[in-house]
Ligand binder design. Structure first.
Ligand code: ADP
Ligand code: ZN
Length: 605
């Protein structure tokens, strides 16, 4: 039997017409026996890079993946396209394990998934020696990095594979882009001779939008209901309480929302996760604990209602949207309170000074991204060391260029007020709210008590609204002209305040765009299939319901049956024969046999 070529495997097994990005080069390199280090963003299509070579080479492809929950779905998806795949993990019965081991030794497996801790378990290496190995794929390879956030000691053992199996190609893959992590992967996995494939980290199908926080409940529900009705999405919030409260808001608004955080009983968490994966259009409201290893390709939006701690975190979380390449939206609302709260969390945290400085630096970049008036994508890619020559055309800044206004005078007024009260002799210091009251000349008991109306800045800012003043405070905090201190968020000037006060440095900021969405009528409903004709949308819906049924029967997530891109192609091309079905991306030989008749019947109606 001659080995099939990579493009044959891609078409016949996976049903894809062409490789994407670097896939072809990687697949050819590994199939020919070369080692590879692959940096590709989430959704870039990493799996194909080792699955195709594993099928082209003789023997079994061994895949090491830390995400046991994920393995099950990956194996199910592979079996569905006719690949002989299995997984060995610690939760299975001895009998099941032995059956898989026998199949491996007999050369009856194309692919075997292993959790990295299996390598340390007695007998695993001996077992591997008794079969024939096509390649080693090391997924989520950033787990070898000690500076990364999910370091796994077991991963360090993977370097030893090179000595034991010098002739078996190894491919390490990750979506973590920073040069430091890249270096560590190469060194610790002994991949000195590997070829490196660094993809663009751009995710062109994700639309980035960041707006000022007004009434966040209103902003969020209108974002979800008016723009993503019936679609699956993730909403990230910082605290458990806020997660539950937000899920409640969404449910009250008629959205199918579930809460997920580490404080919930395991059964409830599993339930939320299973519903999100297996059903259509479920919205998960979660702390960042959710999403690691959730490989759902058809997440149509990711919303942040609290400021993420770093640009890395933001990019990883937003990257969970649109893995299937279809349009997705990353939306965030942030405000003054977020900035103050994040600083307090860092200052009150238990890290050492160096760790706190790092965290503040991370927060600083996140604020820079939020306040920027340049294309968000250009900012993001530059952050990851890559360049985008032109503004992207698919972020809020590009689509709706912010109007800038000269806030130099208001900034000076605010700084003067801060200086007049931030004064140890007077022995009292104030948070943003009190400064804004002083500037706007709003009397209160406290104002009278402290004789604040005697300040020379009293009432000099009555021309701006509270929201505008909060915007000015936020901007000055974000750009480091002001600092917020202590649990009350006391405002204090920094060195950067001087040039502003002296008029040597101007302050330009964006006009607030609080809740643009709120003004939009719900007839402007826009979701991922909005560009299809009404008839095509109807076909899409019927295919979706059929897919849901089919997935339920088999106990797999819907996307394992067919991805959204496949449903979309089916509804626009309306194939009427087996040959025409095979032309559709996502339909290969096995899926044709399995679903072809049902789909043709449905389309014929
Ligand atoms: P990653 O692991 O890099 O996040 P996946 O391997 O899960 O990405 O792939 C993301 C999505 O892209 C999946 O839905 C997959 O089916 C699809 N995909 C991958 N390669 C191709 C291709 N060559 N043509 C069409 N779809 C592809
Ligand atoms: Zn842009």
């Amino acid at each position: 039997m001659t080995a099939p070529s990579p493009s044959q495997v891609l078409a016949e097994v996976f049903g894809y017409t062409s490789f994407r990005g670097d896939q072809q080069q990687i697949v050819e390199h590994v199939t020919a026996g070369g080692d590879a280090v692959v940096l590709m963003p989430t959704g870039g299509g990493k799996s194909i890079c080792y699955q195709v070579p594993a099928l082209c080479r003789e023997g079994t492809g061994i895949v090491l993946s830390p995400l046991v929950a994920l393995m099950h779905d990956q194996v199910a998806a592979l079996q569905l396209v006719g690949v002989r795949a299995a997984a060995l993990n610690s939760t299975m019965s001895g009998e099941d394990r032995q059956a898989i081991e026998r199949a491996y030794v007999a050369g009856e497996l194309d692919m075997l998934y292993l959790a990295p801790e299996r390598l340390s378990a007695p007998g695993t290496v001996e077992l591997l020696r008794r079969g024939r190995i096509a390649l080693f794929a090391i997924d989520e390879a950033h787990c070898v990095s000690q500076w990364g956030h999910d370091f796994r000691p077991d991963y360090l053992r993977l370097g030893a594979l090179a000595e034991e199996w010098p002739d078996v190609p190894r491919i390490a893959l990750t979506a973590t882009a920073t040069p430091a992590t890249h270096r560590e992967i190469t060194e610790r996995l002994h991949l000195g001779r590997a070829r490196h494939f660094v993809s663009s980290f751009d995710r062109p199908n994700i639309r980035y939008r960041i707006e000022a926080k007004g009434q966040v409940r209103h902003q969020l529900t209108s974002f979800v209901k008016d723009q993503h009705a019936g679609e699956a999405g993730i909403v990230y919030a910082l605290s458990r309480r806020k997660v539950e409260q937000t899920a409640g808001w969404l449910r009250d608004a008629g959205v199918d929302a579930v809460a997920y955080h580490a404080g919930l009983p395991a059964s409830e968490r599993l339930d939320a996760q299973t519903r999100f994966l297996r059903e259509d259009g479920v919205v998960v409201v979660a702390t960042i604990a959710f999403g690691m290893g959730i490989d759902k390709p058809d997440v149509r939006f990711v919303a942040h209602i609290d400021l993420p701690k770093s640009v890395e975190g933001y990019y990883q979380e937003t990257g969970r949207g649109g893995r299937d390449g279809e349009p997705a939206e990353a939306w965030m609302a942030y405000g003054l309170a977020d900035v103050v709260q994040q600083r307090q969390l860092i200052e009150g945290g238990d890290g050492d000074e160096q760790a706190k400085r790092n965290q503040l630096a991370h927060l600083g970049h996140m604020l820079e991204l939020s306040e920027t008036v340049e294309c968000r994508r250009q900012y993001l890619l530059r952050y990851f060391g890559q360049d985008l020559a032109e503004p992207c055309g698919n972020c809020d800044v590009c689509l709706n260029p912010p109007k800038l206004w000269d806030a130099t005078v208001p900034a000076q007024k605010l700084l003067s007020t801060v200086l007049r009260t931030y004064n140890e002799r007077r022995g009292r210091t104030f948070a943003a709210g009190q400064h804004i009251d002083v500037l706007r000349g709003v009397t209160s008991e406290r104002v009278a008590q402290l004789a604040l109306d005697e300040l020379s800045t009293w009432g000099i800012g009555a021309d701006l609204s509270v929201a505008q003043w909060r915007g000015v405070v936020r901007h000055l905090l974000a750009t480091g002209v002001l600092e917020s201190q202590g649990e009350w968020g006391v405002l204090a000037p920094t060195e950067l305040a001087k040039p502003v006060l002296r008029g040597e440095q101007q302050v330009f900021m964006r006009e607030e765009v609080v809740s643009r969405a709120a003004g939009r009528s719900s007839s402007a409903k826009k979701n991922a299939i909005a560009d299809l004709s009404i008839e095509q949308q109807e076909v899409f819906e019927r295919l979706r319901l059929w897919r849901l049924e089919e997935a339920r029967e088999q106990g797999v997530p819907p996307y394992v049956v067919f991805g959204d891109a496949t449903l979309r192609a089916l509804s626009t091309h309306l194939p009427q024969s087996d040959e025409a079905l095979l032309e559709i991306s996502g339909i290969g030989q096995a899926k044709l046999e399995r679903y072809g008749a049902a789909v043709l019947a449905l389309l014929a109606e």
